[in-house]
Design a protein around this ligand. Sequence first.
Ligand code: NAD
Length: 427
Amino acid sequence: MGVLIPGMGAVATTFMAGVIAVRKGLSQPIGSLTEMGTIRIGKRTDNNKPKIKDFVPLAKLKDIAFGGWDIFPEDMYEAAVHADVLEKELLTKIKRDLKKIKPMKAVFDNKYVTRLDGKHVKKGKNKMALAKAVMKDIADFKKKNKCTRLVMIWCGSTEIYLKETKVHKTIKALEEGLRKNDKNIPPSMIYAYAAIKMGIPYANGAPNLSCDIPALIQLAKETKTPIGGKDFKTGQTFMKTVLAPAFKARAIGVEGWFSTNILGNRDGAVLDDPDSFKSKEVSKLGVLEQIFEPKLNPELYGDMYHKVRINYYPPRGDNKEGWDNIDIRGWLNYKMQIKVDFLCRDSILAAPLCLDLVIFLDLAKRVGMSGIQEWLSFYWKSPQAKKGLTPQHDLFKQLEKLENTLRHMKGESLINHLGLDYYEDDK
Ligand SMILES: NC(=O)c1ccc[n+]([C@@H]2O[C@H](COP(=O)([O-])OP(=O)(O)OC[C@H]3O[C@@H](n4cnc5c(N)ncnc54)[C@H](O)[C@@H]3O)[C@@H](O)[C@H]2O)c1
C-alpha cells in the first residue's frame, strides 16, 4: 500500500519514521488503535476481545511504501532532523530508509500559506495542469513502488480561511475553476481533486476546506472513494471532547472555557498569520456548541464564553503546552474551576492518527464504502459530515461508532450497552 503525503514536515516525518522504527522492532506504535487496540465481540460473558488488526483485514506496516510532496527538497532524514521531534539516536538507526524518501515538487502558492515560501514547486499553465501533474506523480509512484493500493493524507500546512463558493458546488464548476485558475481553489484542494479523481482515499489533516466541498463529495461518490477530515484531533480538542461530555452527562453548568496554547514549530509559525489561524480557530471552536447544545440547555450553557488562542513561541518547538481554564457551576449555582495543563508533543500525538486513518481508509475502500466516512470522526477536530447532519464530537460516542462500523463490516451484532439480557434469568 502506498501512502502519499502532501506536506512532509513534523507530523509526516514523525509518522513515517515511527512506522519504519516499529517495523524494525526499535519501538512501539503507542496511540494507534489499528496496531494496539482491541474490540469486544459478542456478549460480555463471551470474553471475546481480539485485537482490531486480527478482527478486520488491515494493511500491514511491512507493506507500506511512503511518498509525497513538499516545497522544500530535503529528504525525510533531513526533514525529520529539522522538525526536531525525534531523538537523533533513533533517527540515526533508520537514516538509510528515511534518506530514500524524497519529496516530489509541490503544488504551492504562498497566497494560501503566507508565512512559508519554497522553491521545490511545480509550474503549470493553470491549476488543472497542476492537478494532472500530481496525477502523473501518483501513477509513477505506484508503478515504481509496485503498489496495488494507495491512500493520500494531507499533512501540509494550514491554509488561509476560505468559505465555500460557487466554484465548489459541482464537479463541472470545480473543473472549470481549475482551468480558469479560480482563486477559491487552494493547493490542498488540487491534491484532493487529483486523488479523488483517481479513486484514491483522501484524508485532510488540516482545517483546510480541501475535500469538504459538494463537488469533491460528489466526485468521491462517483469514483467510489472514501474521504474524511478535517484537522487531526490531537491535544487540546482531544481533551475537550473528553471533558465536555462528562460535564454535560452530570448536568454541570459551564460559564466559560478559555483555551490557550504555546508552540514553536513551523506549524506554529504558519498559524501566527491571522488568516491561517482563522481556519484553525473555526475548527477548534465548533466542538463545545455541539456537545453542550446551549439552545436546549440555556440555564447550563446559554451564556458560555469560549475562547481559543494559539501563540507562536519558538523555544518550545514541537513540545506544545495547552492550558485550559474551565469555569463550571454546580448545585445551587456554586462556582468551581478546573485547570488543565497538557504538556504534549504535537507530532507524537498526530503520528498514530495518521497511521490509523490511512489504514482504515484503505479498509473502507476495499469493503466498498465511499464518500464521507463518518465512522472516522473519532480522529477529527471538525469531522466532515453530510449537509444537514450535525457532526458528533463526543470522543466516546465517536469510538462507539467506529467500533460498531467494524462489527457491521464483519456481520457481528452491534453493541448498544443495554445489557438487560444478562438479567433475564433473574426473573
Ligand atoms: N501536530 C498536531 O498535533 C496537529 C493537529 C492537527 C492538525 N495538524 C495540522 O497538520 C499539518 C502539519 O503539521 P506539522 O506540524 O507537520 O507542520 P509542518 O510545518 O512541520 O509541516 C507542514 C509541511 O507542509 C509543507 N507544505 C505546505 N504547503 C504545501 C503544499 N501546498 N504542498 C506540499 N507541501 C506543503 C510545508 O513545507 C511543511 O514542510 C498542519 O496543517 C497542522 O495544523 C497538526
